[in-house]
Design a protein around this ligand. Structure first.
Ligand SMILES: [Zn+2]
Ligand SMILES: [Zn+2]
Length: 338
């Protein structure tokens, strides 16, 4: 089968690889669409995964083969897949905190286990979800990042009338915006430098969208509540915005860290403690949250369609996918069709 294989820094090749042979508790899924995640782009630029990896964890598909011990699933069934793998036995799995499982990197699809930038992928039965008829394959390929955002917004525990500031209007920031709005936030500020992403935020109804340059000039800080905002979502993973989060949040406010900086970031610990800021790290999602994301999509409460900037062929994954995502003004969510 055809697959996109990470070869080196800035090098992904379309190769012919063995079609996966499924284990008794697995099914083979024919990939319909797979989104390119920011973490895939990191792997492409910084080789955060070893050469030989098939990336891709945000996907939808149809079942094409069923393992001997799998029951209740049929060939041709439309499915969404929760790529997060579990050991099922550790302290964290037992507490439903599946993204903290020590086997996470090994068992999650598209990290060290072959991913979905391929025609077929082997999936554990426990990772399968029936796709409701009114959720398209395009929408279902965004269930995974939506679940990441559901987790972050649940951690934030937003109160009716809270003010919220979001750094970054990429696919995650735009989903956070919609979830925060439906959770009862009163005023929502978005900081983004890419014109394309600013426009996407505005199209979704955001009225307080600012360029980081306006922040430097002080235009933007004058718009913020005098005491600072109640909650900050840091979705950019850039040291400047991580540090800035501690300045714009009010005393006793919360910072939710979703963005991942590949470099160490220094924090003013005095400011952190003196302001009594609560900092929460949001990584992946816990048990039951994928189901929440499916329900939100099924009921039409979240717009994921407008986040998709391109749907491309697997053959074009480098030039029309990864290379475009190096510049945030060229693309938002790119979906790949093997
Ligand atoms: Zn992802
Ligand atoms: Zn575990």
């Amino acid at each position: 089968m055809k697959a996109a294989v990470l070869k080196d820094k800035l090098e992904i090749a379309i190769c012919n690889v063995e079609k996966p042979v499924i284990e008794p508790k697995q099914v083979l899924v024919k990939v319909e669409l797979c989104g390119i995640c920011g973490s895939d782009v990191h792997a492409f630029t910084d080789l955060t995964f070893p050469p030989g990896t098939i990336l891709g964890h945000e996907f939808s598909g149809t079942i094409s083969e069923i393992g001997a011990e799998v029951t209740g699933w049929g060939i041709g069934q439309r499915v969404a897949v929760r790529p997060c793998g579990v050991c099922g036995q550790c302290f964290w799995c037992t507490n439903g905190q599946i993204s903290l499982c020590p086997t996470h990197m090994e068992t999650t699809l598209g990290l060290k286990t072959p991913g979905a930038f391929a025609e077929f992928i082997a999936v554990q039965e426990y990772q399968l979800y029936t796709l409701p008829d009114n959720i398209t394959f395009e929408q279902a390929a965004q269930l995974e990042p939506l679940t990441v955002c559901v987790h972050a917004v649940r951690l934030a525990d937003i109160k009716l009338g809270d003010t919220v500031l979001i750094y970054g209007a990429g696919p995650l920031g735009l989903l956070i915006y919609q979830l925060v709005r439906m959770s009862g936030a009163h005023e929502i500020y978005i900081i983004e430098k890419s014109n394309l992403r600013k426009k996407l935020a505005t199209n979704l109804g955001a009225s307080n969208v600012y360029d980081p340059e306006e922040m430097d000039s002080g235009v933007f800080t004058q718009q913020l509540p005098k005491n600072g905002v109640d909650i900050v979502f840091e979705c950019a993973g850039v040291s400047e915005t991580i540090q800035e989060s501690f300045k714009v949040v009010r005393k006793g406010g919360k910072i939710i860290l979703l963005g991942i900086s590949p470099h160490p970031v220094s924090i003013n610990q005095f400011e952190w403690v003196f302001k009594g800021i609560e900092v929460k790290a949001s990584i992946g999602y816990f048990v039951g949250e994928f189901e929440v994301a499916i329900d939100l999509l099924r009921s039409g409460l979240i717009n994921v369609d407008s986040l998709v900037s391109n749907i491309i062929r697997l053959d074009d994954i480098v030039d029309e996918g990864f290379m475009q995502l190096l510049s945030p003004d060229n693309a938002a969510k790119v979906l790949v069709k093997p």
